[in-house]
Design a protein around this ligand. Structure first.
Ligand SMILES: [Zn+2]
Length: 311
C-alpha cells in the first residue's frame, strides 16, 4: 500500500515530528535591518526542511477539493509559523493576516528586498576613505569588517540557484570577493606593515581574510614585544650606570609608541615623555640645559662626560 503524501519522507508535504516545533532559525529576528542576510538564512533552513517551495512558488496550491489539499494547508501553516517566529513583533503583526507563506515572503521582499544605491554608495565611500591611522590592527579590522558586512547586506553576491549545481559559480564569486578584500585590507594598513604585506603578496594563493588578519595582528604583537624589551634594556642601562647619579640631564630618543613609567633607583627619578624624548634628572640639580635629542632611537648622551661603561 502506498504511503500517504504526508508520510512519505521524500514528499514535500512530509513534516518531521521535530519540525512541528516552531523555532527561531536565525540568531536575531528580522527587525527591518539586514533583510538579505535574514532571507539567505531562512532559505537555507527552509531548503533543508524541504519547504522552500512553499515560499518560492514552486509548490502550487492544490484545488480545495484535491486529496492533497489538507497536506498542503498543514505545511503552509507550518511555514507561516516559522516565518512569524523569525520576525520581530511589529513586522510579524504586519503580515499576520496573509493566507499563504508565499504571500508573506513576497510582501517582505517588496518592502525590504530592494537594493538601495544610496546605501551602497555610502558603504563604498567609507571603504574608500577608511585607513588604519592610529588604530590597532584589531580595531581597524573590526571597522572595515563592519563596512564589508553592511555592503554584503545592501548588495549581496548573486548565488547559483540551479538544482544539483556543478558550475561552482557561487564559490568562485565568494573567492573573488575574499581576494579583493584581502588586498583592500592590506592597502589600508599603515606603512609599518610593509614587510608582511610584501610577504603576503609573494604568496601564490592569497590567504583568507581571517588568516591575513592573524598574520598582521601577530606582526603587530611581535613589534610591541620587541619595543617593550628595548625599553627595559634602556632603563636597565640608565638605572645601573653610576654616572647617571652625577649627570643632571640625559636625553634619549625612544620610539614614539613606547610608554615608559617613572623609575626610581637610589633616589634617581627618570621619566620618559610620550613625545619621544626621555628626560632623566636628579631632583637636586636643574642647572644644566638638555641637549638636542638624537635621531638614533636608542642612543643616550651624557652632555659633559665621557660615555659610561655598561656594567
Ligand atoms: Zn550552478
Amino acid at each position: 500500500m502506498a504511503l500517504q503524501g504526508n508520510q512519505d519522507l521524500s514528499s514535500v508535504y512530509y513534516i518531521h515530528p521535530s519540525d512541528a516545533n516552531v523555532t527561531q532559525f536565525v540568531s536575531a529576528k528580522f527587525n527591518g535591518v539586514g533583510f538579505h542576510n535574514w532571507k539567505r538564512s531562512m532559505i537555507l533552513t527552509l531548503s533543508t526542511k524541504n519547504k522552500l517551495g512553499f515560499v518560492d512558488r514552486t509548490i502550487a496550491k492544490p484545488e480545495i477539493t484535491a486529496a492533497e489539499f489538507k497536506y498542503w494547508e498543514r505545511c503552509n501553516n507550518q511555514v507561516i509559523s516559522w516565518l512569524l517566529v523569525n520576525l520581530d513583533e511589529s513586522i510579524a503583526k504586519s503580515v499576520l493576516f496573509y493566507q499563504t507563506a508565499e504571500e508573506i515572503w513576497q510582501d517582505l521582499a517588496d518592502r525590504y528586498g530592494y537594493t538601495s544605491m544610496a546605501q551602497i554608495y555610502s558603504f563604498e565611500q567609507q571603504l574608500l576613505e577608511i585607513n588604519q591611522g592610529t588604530d590597532s590592527v584589531s580595531d581597524f579590522f573590526t571597522k572595515i569588517k563592519t563596512l564589508w558586512d553592511g555592503l554584503n547586506d545592501a548588495n549581496p553576491l548573486p548565488y547559483c540557484t540551479c538544482e544539483l549545481c556543478t558550475c561552482n559559480l557561487s564559490q568562485r564569486l565568494v573567492q573573488r570577493q575574499q581576494e579583493h578584500r584581502v588586498l583592500q585590507f592590506m592597502m589600508k594598513l599603515s606603512e609599518q606593515f610593509a614587510l608582511v604585506r610584501g610577504n603576503v603578496l609573494m604568496m601564490q594563493l592569497l590567504p583568507s581574510i581571517a588568516q591575513t588578519y592573524r598574520l598582521f595582528a601577530q606582526d603587530e604583537r611581535h613589534k610591541e614585544i620587541s619595543a617593550a624589551s628595548t625599553t627595559l634594556q634602556l632603563l636597565f642601562l640608565i638605572a645601573t650606570t653610576p654616572l647617571a647619579l652625577k649627570t643632571s640631564n640625559l636625553l634619549v630618543m625612544v620610539p614614539n609608541n613606547l610608554t615608559v613609567d617613572r623609575f626610581n633607583r637610589s633616589g634617581v627619578y627618570g621619566h620618559i615623555n610620550i613625545g619621544g624624548v626621555m628626560q632623566h634628572t636628579l631632583p637636586s640639580s636643574s642647572s644644566m640645559q638638555p641637549t638636542a635629542p638624537f635621531s638614533n632611537p636608542i642612543q643616550a648622551t651624557y652632555p659633559d662626560q665621557a660615555p659610561p661603561m655598561v656594567p
